[in-house]
Write a protein that binds this ligand. Structure first.
Ligand SMILES: [Zn+2]
Ligand SMILES: [Zn+2]
Length: 333
């Protein structure tokens, strides 16, 4: 192992470069992971969101192999792992209430320097949400743990039950993950997208699909749960309109800053609607996500992910941002 590695750095949404960086040094109790697969996230192509973090090493969905440890850790060289870039303290009030994403430590933690990097350092705190991979789980599938965990949390917060009608607006990768995970819970799943190839993908994965304009015909009585994928006021309006009486709408993606959510108060109040947000995921969600991957409910193949090389990241980023690619996952030799 020499002491430099290659990483994908985002300077701006149209300026991504592959650069050399030093391999991180470990402090006591930390581990170094050699990345095997790491996805580009839908959030990475949300320009207002990612620009305020730039420049940054892209990627926070890595799976790989422990190549070095320092001091005492529960992991050993050779262990196959998924690493969550955020991990909670497990001691504060938010953690006691199970709201790990609202823990200050969770917010402050990260992997060094990022997931789309040949190696990364895992700080001690992050080891509490570092999961050993079952033997049958491939790295490309394991790289879906983080995005799928966000979906697990979204479905948990939606309160969806078997037999409910669940309507997913937006059938990109996060929409498809909702389709697969909600189907496994026994929901009757509906989905809409403007792009026919995305509707086809959702249909192959068990959803009843239609063009967004046909929602009234497809769901005349509304949906018990509506997952609003796109982070736009229009999508949110459509989500509220599609909710059945006493239904729940999940805001899965934020709007740009300062853009308000406006809801017809009569419909909200007399319809007994619940509107819930769902941001990211915690350690319970990553474990549930890994179970769904290990049992084959969710795979990179089912969502139509594209496995790409590190050098392809700038091009794949552009294609993904333009909805020409469903989910790029960088794999490392
Ligand atoms: Zn992600
Ligand atoms: Zn905490």
């Amino acid at each position: 192992m020499n002491d430099t590695m290659r990483v994908a750095v985002l300077y701006d949404v149209d300026d991504i470069r592959i650069e050399q960086r030093p391999i991180p040094e470990l402090a006591d109790g930390e581990v170094l992971v050699r990345t095997m697969a790491s996805g580009i996230c839908s959030g990475d192509v949300m320009s207002w969101y990612i620009r305020r973090k730039a420049p940054l090493v892209l990627g926070h969905e890595p799976a790989g192999v422990v190549t070095k440890t320092r001091g005492a850790t529960k992991f050993s060289v050779g262990d196959r792992v998924f690493v969550h870039h955020h991990a909670p303290c497990l001691a504060c009030r938010a953690c006691e209430r199970g709201e790990h994403v609202q823990c200050k430590t969770w917010r402050a933690t990260k992997i060094d320097p990022g997931g789309i990097s040949e190696y990364f350092r895992v700080a001690k705190t992050n080891l509490s949400d570092t999961l050993a991979l079952p033997e049958n789980v491939e790295f490309s599938d394991a790289s879906l743990v983080e995005p799928l965990a966000c979906v697990v949390k979204s479905l948990r917060r939606s309160g969806v039950r078997a037999g409910d009608r669940l309507y997913v607006i937006g059938l990109g990768v996060m929409g498809l993950l909702h389709v697969l995970a909600a189907g496994a819970l026994g929901a009757e799943v509906f989905g809409a997208d403007f792009l026919p190839e995305r509707r086809d993908a959702a249909e192959r994965n068990g959803a009843n699909v239609f063009h967004p304009d046909d929602v009234r015909r497809a769901l005349p009585d509304g949906a018990d749960v509506v997952i609003c994928g796109p982070g736009t006021p229009e999508a949110m309006r459509a989500a509220v309109e599609a909710a059945a009486p006493a239904g729940t709408v999940v805001m899965f993606t934020p709007f740009p800053p300062e853009v308000p959510v406006t809801i017809d108060s009569q419909r909200l109040y007399f319809g007994d609607l619940r509107i819930v947000a769902s941001y990211s995921c915690g350690p319970d969600d990553t474990r549930a996500a890994l179970r769904l991957i290990a049992d084959g409910t969710v795979t990179a193949r089912k969502v139509g992910a594209d496995l790409i090389a590190l050098d392809d990241v700038p091009r794949a980023y552009r294609d993904f941002a333009k909805a020409r690619m469903i989910k790029p996952i960088v794999t490392f030799a």
